[in-house]
Structures are given as structure tokens and as C-alpha cells.
Design a protein. Structure first.
Length: 404
């Protein structure tokens, strides 16, 4: 009897020890797998965020390039069209129709115009639609006006006069204004002077358009034809800013254009671009330094580009917050290093993913804790039965020997 009691106790102790050992092994293995998956998913989340930023940056850079490229082609070809380079009155209607066709086909165009070597000027501006409401107001144009046609003439005495005609979308005149004196001379503007250097298409610095008072840039090329002068196209910064404002990966992300001098070319909020005139004759604006935006992450991106000497993707630690940032080169045809910069707070792009990871880990641990008691019980019972059968077999052998 003593042997049987002590044997049963020993068997139960052995079963408990083996069960505990198995539980530790299972918990360790399952816990290790849960932790490994948690850590691995974090690395995959960061990689996915970087890929998202890279794809978004490439797509945005291509879109910005496509914003400029057709205009470059229009200026390069338009400067060679005889009807545009001829200053005579007989080509006036043909010149107007050609310009209207270009403005209709490419909505990013703000204006197309010709400045002649004698100081005369012929420009058509697209002012139709909600996006150009500010331009209509600046010109005092009728609400129904879709195009504004300005001509500057110079008489024999050198007096300059400007005449305006407002057109509907079909190109029909809806209002004409009598000529008035003007001091505008295209030959004094940066876009005209730049184009005199060679036969390439040139890009101006940002400046205030004389007619609409909007901020923009001009692409220009000298005329190939009977009349000396320059053919040019205006692009409003507002249109680029509006597009950049739409390219938000997260609530606080920023996409902007800047050059290698640390100056902002375009920013989602156009009001942040300085309107201080640097050259009153050309209406060119004083540059807007990146530092003046008050965005430390953007300044950090520019400094990283300077250090690395070119495009880059990197994490940035700024004021205790981690950002994913990228600089993509754009507009390289104009001889100046320009970039699309994109900066995204890491917590905003990884936050939803991290919450899913954390929830998955909590659910996994909860399931493990719920299942563990049942597992322990089953293992303990199984071992006790196995050891109990072995013990019973040994007791029977002793009884048989006693009977002999």
C-alpha cells in the first residue's frame, strides 16, 4: 500500500513536470512566432510606406513634367510658325485662331503671346471657368468672357497704347475697349531678354503677370521668321500649387517644388510664396527661401539633398518626429537643378498599419491565454494516464511474485 501511494504521487509529480515543460516549450514557440511576426510586419510596413512614397513621388514628378512638356513643345513650334512671327495686320486673324486653339487644347496654359522687336505686343489669356475667376476680376472682364485679347501698338511718334477685346469660348467678341495709353514694353521683360541668347526655350524666374497680377513663369523662344521678336507662354503658379495640394499621402504630408539654391518654385499654399518684387521693371519676385516657410522637415530635406548632391529618399528626424522624405529631379532641360520634394510624417502613414499589427498581437495573445488552460489539462491527464498504466503493470508483477 505504501509503495502504491508513493508511486502514484511520484507519477503525478512527473506528469506535472513534463506538462509544465511542454507548456513552456509551446508558449515559447507560439510567443516567439507572434513576436517575430509583429517585428517582421513592422519592417514590411516601413518598406511598404517607402514604396508608396516612391511611387507617389514618381507619379507626381511625371505629372509636373507633363504640365511643362507640352508647353515647351508649343513654344518651340509656335516660334517657327510664319503666321505667329509675322507682325502684319493681314495675319492677325490667323494668329488669333492659332493661339485660341492652343489655349483650348492645353488648359494649363495661362497665356500665349508674341513680343516684337519694335515694342508691339499681341497676347491672348484664358480667363474662363472658376479656376480663372481671379484673373477675370483683375481684368474687369465680363463673367461670360473666356478669353482676353490684348494688343499693344506703337505709333510713329513712339506712343504706346493697349486695346482689350473679351471673347467667349468660341472666340467671338463680346466686349471691346477703346485703346488707352500704356507703359508696357515687352522688350524690357525677362522672358524677352532670355530668349535673345540662343534658339532654345528658356524659363523665367517667378514674377507677377502684368495683366492679371497672378504669380507665374514664362517659357519663351525667339521668333524664326520675317519679324524679329519672341514667342512665349505663361504658366500660372496657382495651377501647379492646386495640383500639389491634391497630392497628399497623409493629412500633414507636403509636396513642393524647389531648386538647388534652396528657393521654393511652387508650394501647395500659394499664399506662402512671397510677393515682394525684386525687379520692378520685370516684376520678378524676390525668391522664397525654404526656411521662410517655417517647416523644419522641408529645410531638413533640402540640407540632405545638398549633402548628398542629388536626389535621395531618406528618413528624417526632426523635433522628435520621424519623417519619410524624397527628392525627385524635374525640369532638367532648363539647366537648373530643380526637385519635387515630398515629406510625410511616418506615424501618419504607419499609424493605421501599426494599429492593425497591435490588434493582431493582442488577439493572438488572448487566444493563447484562453486555449492554454485546456491544453495544460489535456496534457496533464494524458501523461497521468500513461504513467498510471505503467505503474499498474509493475504492481501486477510484484503481486504475481508474492503468490509464487
Amino acid at each position: 500500500m505504501a509503495f502504491g501511494s508513493s508511486g502514484a504521487t511520484s507519477h503525478r509529480r512527473t506528469a506535472a513536470l513534463v506538462s509544465a515543460l511542454l507548456v513552456v516549450i509551446v508558449v515559447g514557440l507560439v510567443g516567439g512566432i507572434i513576436w517575430y511576426n509583429f517585428q517582421k510586419s513592422e519592417a514590411l510596413s516601413v518598406a511598404a510606406a517607402k514604396r508608396l512614397l516612391e511611387e507617389s513621388g514618381d507619379a507626381t514628378a511625371r505629372r509636373v513634367e507633363l504640365f511643362y512638356e507640352p508647353v515647351v513643345a508649343i513654344v518651340a513650334l509656335g516660334s517657327r510658325v510664319p503666321q505667329l512671327s509675322e507682325m502684319s495686320a493681314r495675319d492677325k486673324d490667323q494668329r488669333l485662331n492659332l493661339v485660341l486653339t492652343g489655349l483650348r487644347r492645353y488648359p494649363q496654359l495661362f497665356s500665349l503671346y508674341v513680343g516684337y522687336a519694335n515694342g508691339e505686343f499681341d497676347m491672348v489669356t484664358r480667363i474662363g471657368g472658376d479656376a480663372r475667376a481671379d484673373a477675370r476680376r483683375a481684368l474687369g472682364a465680363p463673367d461670360a468672357a473666356f478669353f482676353a485679347h490684348e494688343t499693344v501698338s506703337v505709333d510713329a511718334a513712339g506712343a504706346r497704347s493697349a486695346a482689350w477685346t473679351f471673347l467667349d469660348e468660341s472666340g467671338q467678341s463680346i466686349e471691346e475697349r477703346a485703346p488707352s495709353d500704356t507703359g508696357y514694353d515687352p522688350r524690357l521683360r525677362q522672358w524677352y531678354r532670355l530668349a535673345q541668347a540662343d534658339g532654345n526655350v528658356h524659363r523665367t524666374d517667378p514674377y507677377i503677370f502684368a495683366s492679371s497680377q497672378q504669380i507665374g513663369i514664362t517659357l519663351s523662344r525667339k521668333l524664326d521668321g520675317p519679324s524679329a521678336g519672341v514667342f512665349a507662354a505663361d504658366l500660372a503658379v496657382h495651377d501647379v500649387s492646386t495640383y500639389l495640394a491634391e497630392k497628399k499621402i497623409s493629412p500633414s504630408s507636403v509636396a513642393f517644388l524647389f531648386n538647388d539654391r534652396g528657393e521654393v518654385i511652387a508650394y501647395p499654399d500659394e499664399s506662402r510664396i512671397q510677393r515682394t518684387v525684386n525687379n520692378s521693371q520685370e516684376s520678378t519676385l524676390a525668391p522664397t527661401p525654404i526656411e521662410s516657410l517655417g517647416e523644419p522637415a522641408l529645410s531638413a530635406l533640402y540640407q540632405a539633398v545638398r549633402r548628398q548632391g542629388g536626389p535621395t529618399m531618406m528618413p528624417l528626424e526632426v523635433d522628435g518626429r520621424t519623417y519619410l522624405a524624397e527628392a525627385v529631379p524635374i525640369l532638367r532641360r532648363f539647366g537648373e537643378a530643380s526637385y519635387l520634394g515630398m515629406v510625410v510624417p511616418e506615424d501618419e502613414i504607419l499609424g493605421p498599419i501599426n494599429r492593425i499589427r497591435s490588434d493582431a498581437m493582442v488577439y493572438s495573445v488572448a487566444v493563447l491565454l484562453l486555449v492554454l488552460p485546456l491544453y495544460v489539462t489535456l496534457v496533464f491527464v494524458w501523461f497521468e494516464r500513461r504513467l498510471g498504466r505503467a505503474s499498474y503493470g509493475v504492481g501486477d508483477l510484484h503481486d504475481a511474485e508474492d503468490l509464487r
